[in-house]
Design a protein around this ligand. Structure first.
Ligand SMILES: Cc1ncc(COP(=O)(O)O)c(C=O)c1O
Length: 394
């Protein structure tokens, strides 16, 4: 009766079961995977947000497949602040970035086609591809002490087949925090051009560089794109408001490619019209609040990152991988545990939750992923317990 898109037999895993048991038992947890920004004690400007969402104009339904013009103008103004001058015609609104991926997969690929995704990377991408009947093929991002993270472009090119339709890059990547810098973007642009592929560049964490990340690294892929390029972003991370549901696709590249793509995307979105009217009317006033919200998120990320650095420096079995941006940290751990055993033992014994590297498709054991958003007290306590667990066995 059901499609094969959902492998519904296997949504549970040992960590999920243990977590459910702990939660049912009401035990207080140090949740170092918490990445819901509305649950980490940020001081949002509630009245201004709620007033923006209650515009009387929201009572009229004026459907537009690209999204309301004033919302697109507000988003274009966000890019203009970075010296990127976009036409409002290049912007297409959706309810979320995840939905934007689904729309682009429908636009670009037929069932059985392939898209390239980063490894390690955001676990949802493989599922989103599968829901559209596509094959997600992982290309490697490699880490070494000298260069940090980089995309292995030779392997990426070798993975391209006649069925490949698009290359996805996430900048900064989740969870590695590595920005895809201008040189790599230029190389990907050449590959896209030469092999007739689209680039999908997910910039949802782009506004969260680490304090010492050079600004040239954080520049949007829209600057200088010649291959057909779709940049994704949205309020979920940019404003730390995942519940308001507004995201967008910005189309870039050589004008003939863009002219060809836009009407097709418009037609596709016309079947869904999923961006809500209240949030579209709120786009300009919400974007005006972004510095106030982002400053708090950045302060939280910086504080937890410093704390983690200090703790890791005192633990000979742990190493913190350098992070250029985003909301996550990767800790390399050398102890006697396997990855699954480590996270299960940490949760069972110390009520502390972290994600194992294999959730993000790390190609070897020995990594845990932490969200840097939790309140510092709980984050610090959880990190201490993580260090204690390994030091007993290292
Ligand atoms: C890299 C990346 N892209 C997209 C999303 C989803 O964003 P949205 O809430 O807009 O669907 C996430 C959520 O964590 C993410 O990590």
């Amino acid at each position: 009766m059901y499609s094969k898109r959902l492998d519904w037999a296997s949504p549970t895993n040992a960590l999920g079961c243990l977590l459910a048991r702990k939660r049912t038992g009401g035990e207080p947890l140090h949740d170092l995977t918490q990445s819901n920004p509305t649950r980490v004690g940020l001081d949002y400007p509630d009245p201004a947000i709620l007033t923006a969402l209650a515009s009387p104009a929201a009572m009229a339904y004026d459907p537009n497949p690209r999204g309301l013009l004033q919302a697109r103008q507000a988003i274009a103004a966000y890019y203009a602040d970075q010296d990127l001058h976009l036409s409002t015609e290049a912007l297409f609104l959706t309810a979320s970035t995840s939905e934007a991926y689904a729309m682009l997969f429908k636009l670009l690929a037929d069932p059985g086609d392939e898209i390239l995704i980063p490894r390690p990377g955001y676990p949802l991408l493989g599922y989103l591809a599968r829901f559209e009947g596509l094959r997600a093929i992982a290309y490697p991002c490699r880490w070494d002490k000298v260069r940090g993270w980089s995309i292995d472009l030779d392997v990426l090119e070798a993975l391209i087949t006649p069925r490949t339709r698009a290359v996805i890059v996430v900048s900064p990547n989740n969870p590695t925090g590595a920005y895809v810098g201008p040189d790599t973007l230029a190389a990907l642009d050449r590959i896209g051009h030469a092999r007739n592929l689209a680039l999908i560049v997910d910039e949802v964490f782009a506004d969260y560089p680490a304090p010492d990340t050079p600004p040239f690294l954080t520049c949007s892929a829209l600057a200088g794109a010649t291959a057909l390029t779709f940049v994704l972003n949205g309020f979920s991370k940019m404003l730390a408001l995942p519940q308001v549901k507004l995201a967008w696709i910005a189309v870039g590249g050589a004008p003939p490619l863009v002219r060809n793509a836009q009407p097709r995307l418009e037609m596709l979105l016309d079947f869904y019209l999923s961006a809500g009217t209240p949030v579209q009317h709120a786009a300009a006033p919400l974007l005006a609040l972004r510095h106030r919200i982002q400053d708090q998120v950045r302060a939280r990320l910086a504080a937890n990152s410093r704390l983690l650095q200090q703790r890791v420096a005192q633990a000979s079995h742990c190493r913190l991988l350098p992070r250029q941006g985003g909301w996550y940290a990767v800790v390399a751990i050398t102890d006697a545990f396997g990855d699954e055993e480590r996270v299960l033992t940490l949760l069972e014994r110390y009520n502390t939750l972290v994600h194992p590297g294999f959730f993000y498709d790390f190609n070897r054991e020995g990594y845990v992923i932490l969200s840097l958003l939790p309140p510092p007290d709980s984050f610090g306590a959880g990190v201490d317990l993580l260090m204690r667990l390994g030091s007993a066995t290292a």
